[in-house]
Design a protein around this ligand. Structure first.
Ligand code: GTP
Ligand code: MG
Length: 555
């Protein structure tokens, strides 16, 4: 990797250090995402892709290099925006430069060079570095500040800072809104993810001119926080092959084995390609035996962890569904952020796959609750309702013919919700709802607003909304379901039992380290039963439990 990108030799250092993400806060000129009107998902993806196509990532000495970089780039093309970000504890500095037109970027690429005598392969990409000028530069004129307002900010906030900010909120609803505002993926984070996707697309573009690397999952569905991973689906063929008029037909290589075997081979080759040829990409891992084979890697120049797959488009349509659900009501995303964070701290979810609930399953649990809350006033429509309202522009099929048509332009859904509950009420209701949910007999289903009987035995059954024969939470063990139920009960109890504002009031009471929480609860339970025990004994008992659990996960 390093030899391949001689210009990034200093990257070797980063891998040794913990990465701190000091992305710049968005340029003031960039429209606030919130004030932007609704844009359908696939249209938004295409806008972001085009923005990435017109951008380059330039490694610079420091953020102060922006004036010189501006002067240089502006002599070749017209700059639209510039953003500074840095990666690492001994930070490497980068500036994203977005140009006005595709011609600008063609000219920038033409004028970029490979340094003679370097050991790396001459790979062309959107990643470059800005070398020192050979001749003395004329004094730089005052540069239009509107184009260059660069504000640095720490994107991934320390837990302590988050807690402080939350403790200053007025009430629990404000805490939920604040948590969302300060942890959600920002504009620079999104740009970096689309630039990372573009690198993969460009890498195969010679052989597959219609290839598209679609970002999906939390990077684009509106539920991503700063530092979230990037899920990519690499589609090699065009959406609609033009097979009508031409008479000269490309020779194509036939499949040489079953579709699955071939797919595994393609993924293996893609892994090699990423490892051997793409600047900044390292830590390549191939997970080929999974139902959907993936290649994982780290793009160090954008500081993004990626999962690429080539098998099916359902993740992209699913992201569209989650996206419109978030766009439908302002409360959806903040609520999901708070619940995801709570679940992570309570140890219900875990970033590595296993027998526990995934973030995706948890998101579906929240959406299903919002479709069918205890108050009887739905916040969100069912997927069946959206399918009924779909028009010709919403018609989509998966590769295996599964129909995934549903209304994509949510502005056409005119029914206003009668639910006016505050975020605080919704959060408490969510915990209540699942504390009493009959996981033994019922499946969670987002297609209808009622919970349906379980079609087969699985401790937790969430009907995959787009591929109805599949259970999204098939991996979840019965122990984990019990744990989930216990934790939602605990959380409901913690939120209800607060009398006055202590330091860890409201949302903070359920976002504290699980260990402290469970000890406090155990103490409370024991004392209620007149069985006061030494707190140290409880800690020991919990340590024992943890050890056992770790042993099990290692196995
Ligand atoms: P984080 O990465 O944890 O921030 O959330 P995420 O929503 O991106 O989840 P993840 O990276 O695990 O999955 C990415 C996307 O893949 C999800 O949003 C879904 O669209 C899809 N996906 C994940 N798990 C499953 C699954 O079990 N079944 C199906 N059908 N799709 C899944
Ligand atoms: Mg993801």
């Amino acid at each position: 990797n390093l030899r391949n990108a001689s210009s990034f030799l200093c990257l070797k250092k980063t891998s040794k250090y913990k990465t701190v993400r000091h992305f710049s806060v968005e340029n003031k000129l960039v429209k606030d995402e919130k004030s932007e009107k609704f844009i359908p998902f696939l249209q938004r993806i295409n806008l972001r892709r085009s923005e990435a196509r017109r951008s380059i990532v330039v490694q610079v000495q420091s953020s102060q290099s922006f004036k010189e970089l501006y002067a240089y780039c502006n002599s070749i093309g017209k700059i639209k925006y510039m953003f500074h970000y840095s990666v690492g504890i001994e930070p490497l500095h980068f500036i994203i430069v977005e140009f006005e037109t595709d011609t600008d970027i063609t000219n920038i690429k033409k004028s970029s060079i490979f340094v003679e005598g370097s050991l790396g392969l001459p790979t062309q990409s959107h990643f470059v570095w800005f070398r020192a000028a050979h001749k003395k530069l004329p004094k730089l004129k005052q540069i239009k500040s509107t184009c260059l307002q660069i504000e640095n900010g720490t994107a991934i906030k320390e837990e302590e800072v988050i807690n402080q900010m939350l403790s200053k909120s007025e009430n629990i609803s404000d805490q939920i809104k604040t948590l969302h505002e300060i942890t959600k993926l920002n504009d620079v984070g999104t740009r970096l993810r689309f630039l990372t996707a573009l690198q993969i697309e460009d890498a195969v573009n010679g052989m597959f001119p219609h290839a598209v690397a679609y970002p999906f999952g939390s990077s684009v569905n509106g539920y991503g926080k700063m530092g979230c991973d990037l899920d990519l689906f690499l589609k090699l063929a065009a959406d609609k092959p033009n097979s009508e008029n031409g008479r000269l037909v490309f020779h194509c290589k036939p499949l040489n084995g079953s579709e699955r075997t071939m797919n595994q081979k393609y993924m293996e080759t893609l892994g090699d390609l990423i490892y051997l040829f793409l600047p900044g990409c390292g830590q390549v891992r191939r997970i080929l035996q999974a139902r959907v084979p993936i290649v994982k890697y780290q793009q160090q120049l954008t500081d993004v962890e990626c999962d690429v797959s080539m098998t099916n488009m359902s993740g992209v349509h699913m992201s569209d569904f989650l996206y419109i659900m978030g766009e439908q009501d302002d409360r959806v995303r903040p609520l999901i952020f708070a619940i995801r964070k709570w679940a992570n701290i309570a140890g219900i979810t875990n970033s590595s796959p296993g027998r526990w609930i995934s973030n995706f399953s948890l998101t579906l649990l929240v959406l299903a609750f919002l479709q069918n809350p205890l108050s009887g006033k739905p916040v969100l429509p069912s997927l069946n309702k959206l399918s009924e309202l779909s028009g010709p522009e919403d018609k989509f099929q998966l590769e295996d013919g599964t129909d995934v048509s549903f209304l994509r332009d949510i502005r056409k859904y005119k029914t206003k919700t009668k639910n006016t509950d505050s975020l605080e009420q919704l959060l408490k209701e969510f915990f209540e709802y699942y504390a009493h949910f009959d996981f033994e007999n019922k499946a969670v289903c987002l297609n209808e607003t009622v919970n349906v009987p379980k079609p087969e035995f699985s401790p937790m059954y969430i009907v995959n909304p787009l591929e109805r024969g599949l259970n999204v939470s098939k991996n979840v063990s019965s122990d984990e379901v019990v744990r989930f139920k216990n934790e939602v009960r605990n959380a409901a109890w913690m939120l209800e039992s607060q009398e006055s504002k202590s330091t860890h009031w409201g949302l903070l009471s359920i976002l504290q380290n699980k260990r402290t929480n469970s000890i406090l609860q155990a103490v409370s339970a024991h004392s209620q039963q007149g069985r006061l025990v030494e707190v140290s004994t409880l800690f020991e008992r919990e340590d024992e439990d943890n050890k056992k659990q770790n042993k099990r996960s290692n196995v």
